[in-house]
Design a protein around this ligand. Sequence first.
Ligand code: HEC
Length: 245
Amino acid sequence: MKKLMIAILMMALPALGMAAGSSIPLLSANIDLDDKESLQRGATIFVNNCLNCHSAHYMRYNRMSEDLGISESDLKAMMFTTDRVGDTMKVALDPKEAKSWFGTVPPDLTVIERFRGADWLYTYFLSFYKDDSRPFGVNNLLFKDVGMPHALTGMQGLADPIYKDVTLPDGTIIQVVDGISQPAGGSMSVPDYEESVRDLVGFMVYMAEPAKLVRYDLGWKVIAFLIFLTFLLYLLKKEYWRDIH
Ligand code: HEC
């Protein structure tokens, strides 16, 4: 039995390693799906900064506005003028052009959170740094040689790489990126930017599974009902036992 457990564990370990997908530890996103205002802010960041290149083909504007309580006028202000409220989130860019610019077509983002996880996405947007050897002048600690420009540079600014010396077996010393500096040149302070990324990732968690909001809502109601039921049963029990005593 013990051997079997160990065998199962050994099989699971590489999968866990792959899920992490990188050598840097992930930061904790701490998403709160109950915070509708945060999700609304996240939706605005997403629509304004990501749909130029990415689509979210399974998300409809009107579903989003209903779920997150976004008013129709706010929704209209967020959308491209050619979009209608019943439309899904289409990409502005032609995939063929995207391929020639980026070497790859930016993936649809509707369910990307289910693949990467919230902590990965949060860490990703805090891991861009300046790298002049790359086509868009940036690289990413978590996603090495990423083909995406840093879409939120205006907000965050850009961090510089911090190097460390590594000695190879043959004695040569090379420099590798070991971390990043505080970003500079953005419109936001570090805590404000982190908060905005949390809003954005929260929205992506919601988008990957809108039913989660319903479940959250329902969860509390079910628990409240169960507590109420327990109370009723307690009264009932007292009533029965009164005659017996
Ligand atoms: C200028 C175009 C552009 C913009 C704007 C942009 N992206 Fe990207 N994104 C890309 C490209 C190209 C890739 C593919 C990178 C690769 O595979 O190397 C990518 C990759 C990604 C990935 C990784 C996908 C994976 O492989 O798991 C995520 C997540 C992502 N983008 C999220 C976003 C979000 C969120 C925004 C808005 C804040 C955004 N992107 C804005 C072009 C863009």
